[in-house]
Design a protein around this ligand. Structure first.
Ligand SMILES: *Cc1c(COP(=O)(O)O)cnc(C)c1O
Ligand SMILES: [Zn+2]
Length: 375
C-alpha cells in the first residue's frame, strides 16, 4: 500500500480522488498528483535494481497491479565530451528502448488498478512503443495514433506488441487532434496529459541521486518537447528535497531543436504564455512539439531550478550522433539533440560541476535516418 493522494487541477485547483478515471479536469486543464511519497532507504537498498525499488514513492495502491519487466536502475556511465566528464543515464537500454518505459510502467499499472480494459495514446513514436509494450504485458488493449511518417522501426515495434496502429496523415498536431476524438469514449493513456506518467519518469531523479550516494548533481541536461523528463525530474528531485534526503536540486538545462523551439523562445523572451511556433522538419523529430500541453509547467520548473533553455541545430545533432557512435554508443537522432546540448552547455560553463544527462532512445529505432548520416 502507498500513501493516499489526490488529482488536482493545475488551473482551477479542483481536486478529484486518485481513483477517478479521468485524465483532465472538468475545466479542460491538466491534472497533477498531490501525494506524499515515502523513501524507506533501508528497504530500497535491499531491493532489486529496478525503478520499482522506490515502491512507497509511486502512487499505485496494490502490488498486484504493478505492470513491469523489472525495468530501470539504468547504468550511470561517465562519458568524456569536450574533454569533460559527464555522467549519462543509459535510458536507451529500457525494454522498449527508450526512457518512456518509466512513465508507461506506472501509468499502465494505474490503468490496471482502475480496471480499465482499453486505452488510446498518441505519440511521435517512443511513447506509443512504451504504452503498447506495457499494455501487451498487462493484456490491456490499446490503440496508438502516430503521424504517417513515423520511423519504420517504431511502427514495427508497435505492431509487434499487437497494438492497433492508426497512422494519421499530416503533422504531429493532426495526430493529437485525432486521438482527442478517440479519447471521448476511451481512457487516454497520454504521456503529456496523464499525471501518472510523470510519476514514472520521476524515478529518473531517484536513481540519479541514489547512484551519486544520495546526492543531487549540480546540473541536469535533458530534452524538452512535451517535457516528460523535465517535469519528471523536477517532481523527483523536489520530492527528495522535501523528504530531507538531498539538500538542493539541480539546475535544469532543457534542450530544444532549433527548428521547433517554443519553450526556448518563451523562456528567453520572459513570456507568461507559450505562443505555438511554425516548425520545419528536424532530425530530432521526437522533441519537435510545437504546442506542448504542459508548456507553462515546464517553463516554471526550469525557472525554479535556476536553469535555462538552449537550442541545437540539425548539424549539431548530426555531429553529436556521430561522435557518440565513435565512442561506442548507438543512440537515436532525437537523443543526440540532448548530447549536442551538452556540448553547447560545456562551452559556456565556467566552473567545475557534476553534470548528469541521458541517452533517451536507442539508435536501432531509427536506422533510416542514421544511414543517411553515416553514408
Ligand atoms: C520522448 C522523447 C524525448 C523528449 O521527451 P518529451 O517528453 O517530449 O520532452 C527525447 N528523446 C526521445 C528519444 C524521446 O523518445
Ligand atoms: Zn480545472
Amino acid at each position: 500500500m502507498t500513501p493516499m493522494g489526490e488529482l488536482v487541477c493545475y488551473t482551477c485547483s479542483k481536486g478529484y480522488p486518485l481513483d477517478d478515471p479521468r485524465w483532465r479536469c472538468e475545466c479542460g486543464s491538466i491534472l497533477d498528483i498531490v501525494f506524499e511519497p515515502v523513501f524507506a532507504l533501508d528497504k530500497i537498498r535491499g531491493r532489486g535494481p529496478t525503478m520499482w525499488r522506490y515502491r512507497e514513492a509511486i502512487p499505485v495502491t496494490l502490488d498486484r497491479n504493478i505492470v513491469s519487466f523489472d525495468e530501470g536502475f539504468t547504468p550511470l556511465v561517465e562519458v568524456r565530451l569536450n574533454d569533460y566528464p559527464v555522467l549519462i543515464k543509459q535510458d536507451h537500454l529500457f525494454p522498449s528502448a527508450s526512457y518512456k518505459d518509466r512513465g508507461a510502467s506506472v501509468l499502465i499499472s494505474k490503468v490496471k488498478e482502475l480496471g480499465i480494459k482499453t486505452v488510446v495514446e498518441d505519440s511521435s513514436g517512443n511513447a506509443g512503443c512504451a504504452v503498447a509494450a506495457y499494455c501487451a504485458r498487462a493484456q490491456i488493449s490499446c490503440e496508438i495514433f502516430v503521424p504517417q511518417d513515423t520511423a519504420a522501426g517504431k511502427l514495427a515495434q508497435i505492431m509487434l506488441y499487437s497494438a492497433a496502429l492508426q497512422k494519421i496523415p499530416g503533422s504531429r498536431e493532426d495526430t493529437a487532434q485525432a486521438v482527442l476524438a478517440a479519447a471521448k469514449n476511451k481512457y487516454y493513456a497520454s504521456h503529456s496529459w496523464n499525471p501518472f506518467f510523470f510519476h514514472g519518469t520521476k524515478t529518473f531523479a531517484y536513481e540519479v541521486c541514489e547512484q551519486l550516494g544520495w546526492k543531487s548533481p549540480d546540473t541536469l541536461i535533458v530534452p524538452a518537447g512535451n517535457g516528460t523528463l523535465v517535469l519528471g525530474a523536477h517532481i523527483g528531485f523536489t520530492e527528495l528535497r522535501s523528504a530531507g534526503i538531498i539538500d538542493k536540486t539541480p539546475k535544469i538545462i532543457a534542450v530544444q531543436a532549433e527548428r521547433c523551439a517554443p519553450l526556448y523562445r518563451a523562456f528567453h523572451e520572459d513570456l507568461e504564455e507559450i505562443p505555438p511556433v511554425e516548425k520545419t522538419d528536424t532530425l530530432a523529430e521526437g522533441i519537435a512539439i510545437a504546442d506542448p500541453i504542459r508548456g507553462l509547467q515546464i517553463l516554471e520548473a526550469v525557472r525554479k531550478s535556476g536553469g535555462s533553455f538552449l537550442t541545437v541545430s540539425d548539424e549539431q545533432v548530426m555531429d553529436s550522433l556521430k561522435e557518440l557512435g565513435r565512442k561506442g554508443f548507438c543512440i537515436e537522432p532525437t537523443a543526440a539533440a540532448t548530447t549536442a546540448g551538452i556540448g553547447k552547455y560545456l562551452e559556456s560553463m565556467h566552473s567545475d560541476e557534476v553534470i548528469v544527462s541521458v541517452f533517451t532512445g536507442h539508435g536501432l529505432k531509427s536506422t533510416e535516418k542514421i544511414v543517411k548520416v553515416v553514408t
